[in-house]
Design a protein around this ligand. Structure first.
Ligand SMILES: [Zn+2]
Length: 133
């Protein structure tokens, strides 16, 4: 992973200064949206580093046994559509997003409203509602 490349999450920052800090454990997300972006980036990067971040940032109550990103799916872009609460002073938050992908079955878009909560001071992903289309 080229640390100086633009961050896959779409913010105008380098990977290293944006989601890279969270993936390597040098920083924690201050908002639910920041965590959501870093989880998208974890899917883009994949491999052990991506899986480790998905595991750490997933609530143990809802986390599946296998969090390995699907290597057959290429994530091509993220749009954050709405963020409700999930700020530095909140304990819960919702982030709606559209994640564009390509794969053997063609291109598509995953639309989800994700729920996040703060656990032991850290934002974690709880679950989400996937919308058709
Ligand atoms: Zn980022």
């Amino acid at each position: 992973m080229d640390l100086a490349r633009p961050c896959p999450c779409g913010l105008p920052a380098t990977y290293d200064a944006c989601c890279g800090r969270l993936l390597r454990g040098a920083a924690v997300a201050t908002t639910a949206e920041e965590l959501m972006r870093s989880r998208y980036t974890a899917h883009v990067i994949g491999g052990r580093e991506g899986a480790d971040h998905l595991f750490r940032s997933w609530h143990p109550r809802t986390r599946p046994d296998d969090v390995t990103p699907d290597p057959a799916t290429t994530w091509t872009g993220l749009e954050v559509l709405e963020a409700v609460a999930g700020g530095a002073d909140d304990t819960d938050g919702v982030v709606a997003f559209a994640a564009h992908h390509a794969g053997p079955g063609g291109a598509g878009v995953l639309r989800e409203r994700s729920r996040f909560t703060r656990r032991a001071g850290r934002w974690v992903y709880v679950d989400g509602d996937v919308e058709a289309g």
